[in-house]
Design a protein around this ligand. Structure first.
Ligand code: AHR
Length: 504
């Protein structure tokens, strides 16, 4: 057993935990929309075609904001196709994912569905095949109260009130060779800046997200952020980070340390944004929107594309493992530890494709990655506190030597609750962690739960949804001013403490 010490101090605030940190993402990909959240013919759907059982699990998951309609899909999307009477909407090829899209789910359906499941809608505009004018049209259609052709069209289409969408992404992964209308940094930077300027002329308070480099391994990533942010830092509010991690060649040790990769990407985005602001002499501190993050399992990016452009195509319907759940929790730890700058994050995707929620025609179930998200969305509230960790290091093939433990802490003053999220990234050794709680002499243990800690390849399936679920962490106790925890190898735990004595 290895030993670690963690100090959590009331005075070490990182920042407020923005509720948007628990966002997700819905794209016209695989069975996320059709056969996922929307299935008009299903007896399990409401009169609008929204699956009730899926909606119930989304509420349970605790999602706060949802990005739509893509992803790669948005780079060829014509938003007008998805509004107006359904029987006159055009059917189009979805070039991003090789399917045929009926457009029976569009902007109105999305906004109505958001209201149903209780989440904030977030839009992305097409800066791949389209440009400023179409983005401004979509904005006016969505957010202008009425009295113009576009806004009156929305009203005629059944939405008297503006959609009121506050957060808008300026394109999606424009540097990716897989992207329709791929751009160089110079091309994208100029287009994003001018689109943002136009959108601000409509509403100065919009929150606009500019695309940072998509992946560090793309050759263009060397100077993408510098060039793009020099153009856009004046007009944007957020810089986007996208990250997908996966276990490669059964290297579970590297995989468990994936939080390191997210830490690096977030810190790089912050550094690039601050450097651009300094160079341009602009008094702006951009936030970071990690608006696509997730774990991939057995995703074959080179799989042959269907030549018949099916209406329904199963994609990314991974059977997630205990290790995937631990890494999902670890990525959330990274997000919380950057709460001062990361104020929006969207787990990707919400239903069926790489998703916490799975749906078939006759029912739904929770995949393993559902559980850490639900626990964090529910309990990570208030202020994120900096935890100081002294832990032995582990060797990883991809990230070198990293501390075996990572920890995030949140303090909800209103509820008098301190919550610790701890990941033991060591694939083979249990860790004994002593958490010093000097700031809270009256702390009491409310609950300690653990995910993982056994076979990291154990799965949750439809037949055995209880395969990977949170269970009680057996060894958790307060001894003096220290919380003593025994954290199994390859596990993620959440420990809730009351900071005040029980009322008599
Ligand atoms: O989530 C699937 C795809 O991954 C998204 O469409 C794209 O933005 C990313 O590359």
């Amino acid at each position: 057993m290895v030993r670690a010490t963690v100090v959590v101090d009331r005075d070490q605030a990182i920042g407020e935990v923005d509720r948007r940190l628990f966002g997700s993402f819905v794209e016209h990909l695989g069975r996320c929309v059709y056969g996922g959240i929307f299935e008009p013919e299903s007896p399990l759907s409401d009169p609008n075609g929204f699956r009730e059982d899926v909606a119930a699990l989304i509420r349970e998951l605790g999602v706060t904001v949802v990005r739509y309609p893509g992803g790669n899909f948005v780079s060829g999307y014509r938003w007008e196709d998805g509004v107006g009477p359904r029987d006159s909407r055009p059917s189009r090829l979805n070039l991003a994912w090789h399917t045929t899209d009926s457009n029976s789910f569009g902007l109105h359906e999305f906004v109505d569905w958001c209201a149903k499941v209780g989440v904030e809608p977030m839009f992305a505009v097409n800066l791949g095949t389209r440009g400023i004018e179409e983005a401004l049209d979509m904005l006016e259609y969505s957010n202008h109260p009425g009295g113009t052709t576009l806004s009156d069209r929305r009203i005629a289409n059944g939405a008297p009130d503006p959609f009121g969408v506050r957060m808008w992404c300026l394109g999606n992964e424009p540097d990716g060779p897989w992207q329709l209308g791929r751009k160089t940094a110079v091309e994208y930077g100029r287009l994003a800046a001018e689109t943002a300027r136009g959108m601000r002329q409509f509403d100065a308070k919009l929150q606009l997200v500019v695309a940072g480099h998509t992946a560090p391994w793309l050759p263009s990533s060397a100077d993408w952020d510098r060039i793009v942010l020099d153009e856009t830092v004046e007009f944007a509010d957020y810089v986007a980070v996208h990250i997908y991690v996966q276990e490669v060649e059964r290297d579970i040790q590297t995989f468990l340390a994936s939080g390191v990769e997210l830490d690096r990407e977030i810190e790089r985005a912050i550094a690039e944004a601050d450097a651009a602001a300094a160079r341009r002499g602009v008094d702006r501190t951009l936030a970071v929107s990690v608006d696509e993050w997730g774990v991939w399992r057995d995703v074959d990016l080179k799989a042959p594309k269907p030549q018949d452009w099916p209406v329904e195509r199963r994609m990314g319907e991974s059977t997630y493992t205990a290790g995937d759940a631990v890494v999902t929790g670890a990525l959330i730890v990274s997000l919380l530890n950057h709460a001062d700058r990361v104020t929006c994050a969207c787990q990707s995707m919400l239903v069926n494709a790489g998703a916490p929620i799975r749906a078939e025609a006759d029912g739904v179930w929770r995949s393993s990655v559902f559980h850490p998200f639900r626990l964090a969305a529910r309990h990570a509230r208030g202020t994120a506190l900096r935890a100081t960790i002294e832990a032995p290091e582990i060797e990883t093939r991809k990230y070198g030597r990293v501390p075996a433990l990572d920890v995030a802490a949140t303090l909800d003053e209103a509820q008098a609750e301190l919550v610790l999220f701890l990941v033991n990234r060591n694939a083979s050794e249990t860790a004994h962690a002593a958490v010093r709680l000097g700031s809270w002499p009256e702390a009491r243990l409310i609950e300690a739960l653990v995910i993982g800690g056994g076979d990291p390849w154990e799965t949750s399936t439809r037949e055995r949804p209880e395969g990977v679920v949170p269970r009680e962490l057996p060894e958790a106790a307060i001894v003096g001013d220290s919380l003593e925890l025994v954290l199994p190898a390859a596990s993620w735990s959440v420990v809730r403490l009351a900071t005040k004595p029980e009322p008599r």
